[in-house]
Design a protein around this ligand. Structure first.
Ligand code: PBG
Ligand code: ZN
Length: 283
């Protein structure tokens, strides 16, 4: 999409400089791999020389003051595109929740070892925050906080991201582990409460604008910072309409971000971060 790029490692210093100059709170890293580098167990996610691990080392060496968050999931590294270990049972293929926990814990630990300031588990496996917290604590990284994608819906708005990362599931969908968009607020509260109890340091709702009711229901409920993730499809809607000349991009984007803030988001992940930061400075 216009304005969105997959950066090679050599392009990271430039991005880091821009982020620091704009005064962003930090950056979050996702790995992009060619199909032939993927495997059923997503080994690239927890490889010591994995692309994200190398990116973290590079960034923390050259820009120690830049906050680096690592997305912790397997779907960008598995050849089947699911966020966990796929097994075959009597009813067909399924994602084995508990077999995945160990791999997510290894991924988070390797990201912390590389120097990540924050790990952000996004696989929606039950118990992933607890498994990651234990692995980090045992590994000497008790100080590394967890930003949990606590309330994450099985959303059509992830389409552009999956195309960019080539991480769409090869069969089936993610509705076995991500939340049903039709679910009521009770389910959202339960997901957030579980992650709170498992030791998440920050809670996130994703996508953002279609789930303002969820953000607002979580506001002030946990003694932890609340985040919203304005996802790729939300960016796509705004960008496409702006390019068509149908929306005033600056005003529409800032309005959408103010809405998240009003609903309760204390931090926002958005593909508009650089532009929004610049716009806000001018305002
Ligand atoms: C990995 C992950 C995804 C996104 C963030 N982390 C993809 C997914 O769940 O399919 C989506 C990001 C976006 O759409 O901007 N689990
Ligand atoms: Zn995933």
């Amino acid at each position: 999409m216009p304005g969105v790029f997959r950066h090679p490692l050599s392009g990271l210093p430039r991005v880091a400089e821009e982020a620091l100059e704009a005064g962003l709170g930090g950056v979050i890293l996702f790995g992009v791999l060619p199909q032939e580098a993927k495997d059923p167990m997503g080994r690239g996610a927890y490889a010591e020389d994995g692309v994200v691990q190398r990116a973290i080392r590079l960034l923390k060496r050259e820009f120690p003051e830049l906050l680096v968050v690592a997305d912790t999931c397997l779907c960008e590294y598995t050849d089947h595109g699911h966020c966990g270990v796929v097994k075959e049972g009597p009813l067909g293929f399924y994602v084995d929740n508990d077999a995945t926990l160990d791999l997510l814990a290894r991924t988070a630990l390797s990201q912390a070892q590389a120097g990540a300031d924050v790990v952000a588990p996004s696989a929606m496996m039950d118990g992933q925050v607890k498994a990651i917290r234990e692995a980090l604590d045992r590994g000497g990284f008790a100080h590394v906080p967890i930003l949990s994608y606590a309330v994450k819906y099985a959303s059509a708005f992830y389409g552009p991201f999956r195309e960019a990362a080539q991480s769409a599931p090869g069969f089936g969908d993610r509705s076995g582990y991500q939340m049903d968009p039709r679910a009521g607020l009770w389910d959202a509260l339960r997901e957030a409460a579980l992650d709170d109890l498992e030791g998440a340091d920050m809670l996130m709702v994703k996508p953002a604008l279609p789930y303002l009711d969820v953000l607002s229901a979580l506001k002030g409920r946990f003694a932890k910072p609340l985040f919203a993730y304005q996802v790729s499809g939300e960016y796509a809607m705004l960008k496409a309409a702006a390019l068509k000349g149908w929306l005033d991009e600056r005003r529409a984007v800032l309005e959408s971000l103010f809405a998240l803030r009003r609903a309760g988001a204390q931090g926002i992940l958005t593909y508009y971060a650089l532009e929004a930061a610049r716009w806000l400075k001018e305002a």
